[in-house]
Design a protein around this ligand. Structure first.
Ligand code: G3H
Ligand code: 13P
Ligand code: ZN
Length: 307
């Protein structure tokens, strides 16, 4: 089955009050783990590629790996650019066959964010490609850009932004952040704000970035085998489940994949220090990705058997 647009996927998610997982991919094992989880759960999937992943694996390799994955599935799958920083990278991935792009102008002033987003929307829509944009700033580090504090999304600005740019979905800042250290004290999301944005943009798909839960089992496993991941803290799964019942149709997960793989690889080498065949540790890492994604689909996103 060829790649699909998020259009129908999100319409169903919105009505069904669930979210589709958008999982970051960097290599073959991650793609295979995610695809295997989706197949067992009969869930729609978004596989997303950051600029860093694109540089690491190469766009051509990622696209070819996805082609192989698609030959083996009948699930609806979107290939999405995560945090596209400018028009040029969006254009390049559209040329490569991606069905969805994010133009992330969130670090620009409002008018400049509108300008760069609109430029991408005009180009992408002519080619049938979906555009996600972002308004508001998540605290934390993404690629080279870092922000010390959240700038929560303003509902009035969100309405104006969507109207003026024509973007198809909008990532909002309500208290999540990227990485493994999201909250200093109690995890809290601004559901009041999310509710207002959902009401002001009825039927419109919203996106939650920075939505890993930093699963304690993987942090503990990594730390038990030589890791030093101290003070890690993610978004509680119950809050993500709740967000999915609002207008949030796409929930982004990368850090949980990283932790799952790292925990299992550390454990493997602690138990088998003499191993040097990559299949011996990448195989279990792939299985860990599959099981973690399956858990998310079933217990957090609520999209099991949505296909
Ligand atoms: O939001 C950022 C994602 O976690 C991707 O991270 O840029 O290191 O690939 P990356
Ligand atoms: P996490 O760091 O919480 O996994 O967020 C990933 C993300 O938002 C990718 O765009
Ligand atoms: Zn993100």
């Amino acid at each position: 089955m060829p790649l699909v647009s998020p259009k129908e996927m999100f319409a169903k998610a919105y009505d069904g009050k669930y979210a589709v997982g958008a999982f970051n991919v960097n290599n073959m094992e991650i793609i295979q783990g995610i695809m295997a989880a989706g197949a067992e759960e009969r869930a729609p999937l978004i596989l997303q590629v950051s600029a860093g992943a694109r540089k690491y694996a190469g766009q051509r390799y990622i696209v070819k790996l996805m082609e192989a994955a698609l030959e083996e599935t009948d699930l609806p799958v979107v290939l999405h650019l995560d945090h596209g920083q400018d028009f040029d990278i969006c254009k390049k991935v559209i040329e490569g066959g991606f069905t969805s792009v994010m133009i992330d102008g969130s670090h620009h002033p409002f008018e400049e964010n509108i300008r760069v987003t609109k430029e991408v929307v005009d180009y992408a829509h002519e080619r049938g490609v979906w555009v996600e944009a972002e308004l508001g700033v998540l605290a934390g580090v993404e690629d080279e850009v870092s922000a010390e504090h959240h700038v929560y999304t303003d509902p009035d600005q969100a309405v104006e932004f969507v109207e003026r740019t024509g973007c198809d979905s909008l990532a909002v800042a309500i208290g999540t952040s990227h990485g493994a250290y999201k909250f200093k004290c109690e995890p809290k999301l601004d559901f009041e704000r999310l509710g207002v944005i959902t009401d002001r943009l009825p039927g419109y798909p919203l996106v939650l970035h920075g939505a890993s839960s930093v699963l304690p089992e993987f942090v503990q496993m990594a730390n038990a085998h030589g890791g030093e991941i101290a003070g890690a803290c993610g978004v509680p799964e119950s809050l993500l489940r709740k967000a999915a019942t609002y207008g949030v149709c796409k929930i982004n997960i990368d850090t949980d994949i990283r932790l799952a793989m790292t925990a299992v690889v550390r454990k493997h080498f602690a138990e088998h220090p003499g191993d040097f065949d990559p299949r011996q540790y990448l195989g279990p890492a792939r299985t860990a990705v599959k099981e973690m994604v399956q858990h998310k689909i079933r217990h957090v996103l609520g999209c099991s058997n949505a296909v």
